[in-house]
Every structure is written in structure tokens, then in C-alpha cells.
Design a protein. Sequence first.
Length: 299
Amino acid sequence: MTTIAIVGAGVIGLSWARLADAHGWTVAITDPRPDLTEIVAGAFPDSTTVRAAADLADAVAGADLVQENGPERLPMKQQLFADIGAVARPDAVLATSSSSITASEIAVDLDADVAARLLVGHPFNPPELMPLVEVLPGTRTLSETTDRAVALYRALDREPVVIGTEMPGFVANRLQAAISREARYLVQAGVVSPADLDTILRNSLGLRWATIGLFEGNVLGGGPGGIRHLLAGVGAQTGGIEPGVPATDPDSMERLVDAVEATYGTGEEVYAELSARRDRRTRAVLAALADTDEETTTR
């Protein structure tokens, strides 16, 4: 039975734990929070294979995969992986869920055998639903580690993609950041409201990209002539659109936040309602995609 150690019992860590539990893995969760035992018992009331570990060494000692989900602070991650490396099995994959810090940065002062097993395994939130895991080996990561990580994530029915170059934001968050910048600019400029912008995304790009990717969409957008025809026609016009630059001064940002909160609300009850709706819709989309029994057309 595969064993995973979850380091950090926040939203991401507990979601990883639910995913592993659903796949029959043994799960050990560690976190310095004093209410860890209560949190784990409440999240997994009927599970016999998920437990709150007494400490980091107890959680990590028998794990095939260590998935770290701590704060996005480099010194903390460097110390954490030094501690993990000292007690983990010599064949364990050591992964961080970091969305911005690279494995090379974390591993700079680590022993060679620890650095060789360390990489980024960046999920999208929540990892129990979102299939993507960006796998980013560091400059000192062994290729065997990357291969094992990919195999482990696939065993969890995730869609791991190995990223060839370490850079800030990796790939998915860089794409998200570009769209988010333009969205903030359009709302700040009064072109569209937050609610209407989300309606536009859900009913156009979001719907399209849930079924096909950007470049596959380009191929289809050009008709039988494919992407060449698209880029020579509509693409030649839209390709010249200069992106907007959103204001970042405190007053402008406060007005933007106020507008979004006025649209969707804030607080624990709102978060619970919106996250439940997100999860229902995500499961429905994934079920529909799985039910199409599509054949790959990648050449």
C-alpha cells in the first residue's frame, strides 16, 4: 500500500489527504498546529488509514511520497526539507506544493542525496478535484525522482506535466496572472463589472478551455486551414491588441476589492457556499469529460 506524508494541514494539505485516502493510500498528516488531532478526526471520521502523526519524523519515516504544503517562505521550506531529508526513506520522493518557489532554491544548501529527491509537485486548488500537477525538477534533482513522482501522481489519477525550465510562477500561474491583470484593468476602467467579466469567462474561454487547449482551439478556430489561416486572418488583428495595465495604488486596489466583495460577499459562510458550488460544478465538468470517451487527436 502506498504511503503519503502530508506536511501542513491547511486547505491544500487536507485536500491532498482526501485524494490519497480516496485512492486507498495510507496517509500520515503532520502540522505544528495544536488542534491537529481534532482537525484530522473531523475531516476523516470514518477512515482507518488516515492519521495525525505525532511529529514530522513520525509522519515522514515510512512515506513513499512526502507532499509539503507549508507557507510560501523560502527559509522555512529550506529548513523543513533539511529536517524531512534527515528522516525520510532514501527512496522517498520529496515534493513541495509551492506555487512560486523552485526546487533549486530550496535545495541550494541541502545534502546531495536530499536534493536529488526533491522537486516541485504544484497542484491547482483543490488538488482532490483539479487534475493538473506541475512537476518541476531542480538542477540537482535526479531524473529517476521525476519519473517516480509522475508515476505516483498518475496513480492518484492526476495529470502531471513535467516543466522543462524553472521560472517564477511556473506555467499555469503565469497564464492565470496574464488573464488576471487584463481582468483587473477592464474592471478598473469601467469596461465591465466583476460579475459580468466572470460571466464572459465562464461562457467563452472557460467553457472552451475545459474541453480543449489554447493551441487546439487555434487549430479549430482557423477551420480546415488550421492555425495558419487563423493567424493570417483574425489572429493578425487580435495579435496587435496591447494588454491593459491595471492600477496598483492602494485606493484603486481597494475599490477593486470592494467591487468584488459587493458581488460575491465575504466571510466563512460565503466561502463555504462558494467553494461547495465550485466543487459541484467541477465534479460535473470532470464527469462529463470522462463520459465522452474521447480519443486523442494529438499527432
